[in-house]
Design a protein around this ligand. Structure first.
Ligand code: NAP
Length: 247
């Protein structure tokens, strides 16, 4: 199994890509620690994992925007001598608005979740990974964080910040045997995209070389590669998972 004896913490594990990552990791032998705000969804996922996987899932209700809540999770893990090998910074929100219509609250919500949440969780995880003498951090960015997109200046720039963070942190942590990479999905079938206008939906599919929307499992498999020792010499990279999408 690709993740035997590894412990992985996944933020935003209650649905979509994070949920698919949790299931893929558990299937490959990892002990998974799942974090999100929706405890009911986490409990359902835990039952699914516990029924079939090697280790029981551990779940935490926490909001990645709140440093104190994240710290409480890591403190509790440390007290129980549970140290992580893998962190997937997946929790994220997307809200579109042309710049004239962007509300201050929207800027705060997006940056606090997508950027501050990622930085805070990474900071706490590094301390844990040092106990394991290595680790892998995987950050969820987006194709729009690489190329930009109209109507998404706030969301896209938050995802560009995640790329900048990934590249700098990978340089800082390489000598400590902690790898840091980012995954940049294109258009993936989750609640985040299901809420989009149907016309945008069609237009987006037409812009994908493979002419289909991606599945959460398509993304989870790339994250699995980056979490496992198959990618032992890969760090500081941004890997697109977009079926050849052009924006
Ligand atoms: P999703 O279905 O909307 O799921 C988002 C997850 O993030 C949920 O589990 C949600 O859980 C969690 N979350 C949101 N805010 C949170 C907070 N403050 N604290 C803790 N957890 C929080 O979205 P998705 O499509 O799976 O997206 C996952 C990641 O991929 C995001 O970073 C997104 O930007 C990125 N991405 C997605 C696509 C796409 O096409 N879907 C494309 C590019 C990048 P709770 O609500 O329970 O807290």
């Amino acid at each position: 199994m690709l993740l035997a004896n590894k412990t992985a913490l996944i933020t935003g594990a209650s649905k979509g890509i994070g949920r698919a990552v949790a299931l893929a990791f558990a299937k490959e032998g990892a002990q998974v620690i799942l974090l999100a705000r929706s405890m009911d969804l986490l409990e359902k996922l835990k039952s699914e994992i516990d029924a079939s996987a090697v280790s029981k899932a551990i779940i935490f209700q926490a909001d990645v925007r709140k440093y104190d809540e994240l710290k409480k999770v890591f403190d509790e893990l440390n007290q129980n001598k549970i140290y992580i090998d893998v962190l997937v910074n997946n929790a994220g929100i997307m809200k579109d608005a042309v710049i004239q219509m962007v509300q201050q609250q929207l800027i705060h919500d997006i940056y606090e979740t997508n950027v501050f949440g990622t930085i805070s969780a990474s900071q706490l995880a590094v301390k844990s990974m040092l106990k394991k003498r290595g680790g892998s951090i995987i950050n969820l960015t987006s194709i729009v964080g690489v190329h930009g997109n109209l109507g998404q200046s706030v969301y896209a720039s938050s995802k560009s910040a995640v790329i900048g963070f990934t590249k700098s942190l990978s340089k800082e942590l390489a000598s400590l045997n902690i790898r840091v990479n980012a995954v940049a999905p294109g258009f993936i079938d989750t609640e985040m995209t299901q809420s989009m206008d149907q016309r945008f939906h069609e237009k987006n599919i037409q812009s994908i070389g493979m002419k289909r929307i991606g599945t959460p499992d398509d993304v989870a498999r790339t994250i699995l590669f980056l979490a496992s020792d198959l990618s032992a010499y890969v760090t500081g990279q941004v890997i697109g998972v977009d079926g050849g999408m052009i924006i």
